[in-house]
Design a protein around this ligand. Structure first.
Ligand code: AMP
Length: 215
């Protein structure tokens, strides 16, 4: 049984690591950001409510997020645990979730905190590029296309998404610092916080996480 939370600032590689953890431990990867984006795409009532927050990089109100997560973790595929990515994002969300679990006689096992220096994060995020046509991701420093601005795979235009612009990235960091980083103290207080150095390669960070989660 593994009930795990993945914490870390934007660009820390939570999504990438979450895929690997979910596969290795055979637990569903629950990303509140993915749930919201799917609802926005499908134009559901929830999608219509949350669109404005995602567009501006602001947090969706706690009440709405908590309802979504509560529903999701009660699904049968969560019976052996789950990996939460992007939730909780505020101390009230964390308190809510602890109380929700306690009512069911459950608790979180571990909170993995991927720690990366802000300068590295800024470089990672503002260097991100993507092909407008096929979606292949690039990075201007670590993984540039062979010809600048042209996709290696399909010849499409390689461009920078608007939410990877320096201004929006700065805004997401600010929201993280103000609202999400206090969670590290909250979970340290509960003895659940497990920090991991996120500056290494994807496989390096993955092994460090697995060492913390055990078999
Ligand atoms: P993410 O993909 O995790 O970066 O989330 C994208 C966006 O979804 C965030 O910028 C928020 O607007 C919203 N969001 C995702 N998870 C939460 C959460 N736990 N609390 C509030 N807003 C969230």
């Amino acid at each position: 049984m593994k009930r795990v939370v993945l914490l870390g600032p934007p660009g820390a590689g939570k999504g990438t690591q979450a895929e690997g953890i979910s596969k290795k431990y055979d637990i569903p990867h629950i990303s509140t950001g993915d749930i919201f984006r799917a609802n926005i795409k499908g134009e559901t009532p929830l999608g219509l409510k949350v669109r404005k927050y995602l567009d501006s990089g602001l947090l969706v109100p706690d009440e709405l997020v908590c309802e979504v997560v509560e529903d999701r973790v009660m699904q049968p595929d969560c019976a052996n645990g789950y990996l939460l990515d992007g939730f909780p994002r505020t101390v009230p969300q964390a308190r809510f979730f602890d109380e929700f679990l306690a009512k069911r006689g459950e608790e979180l096992d571990k909170v993995i905190d991927i720690v990366v220096d802000e300068k590295i994060l800024m470089d990672r995020m503002t260097g991100r590029r993507v092909c407008r046509q096929c979606g292949k991701p690039y990075h201007i420093v670590t993984m540039p296309p062979k010809v600048e601005g042209v996709c290696d795979v399909c010849g499409g235009e390689v461009y920078q998404r608007s939410d990877d612009s320096p201004e929006t990235v700065m805004n997401r960091f600010k929201v993280y610092d103000e609202q999400t980083s206090p969670l590290t103290e909250y979970y340290r207080g509960e003895g659940k916080l497990a920090p991991v150095d996120g500056a290494g390669s994807v496989p390096e960070v993955f092994s460090a996480i697995c060492a913390l989660l055990g078999e």
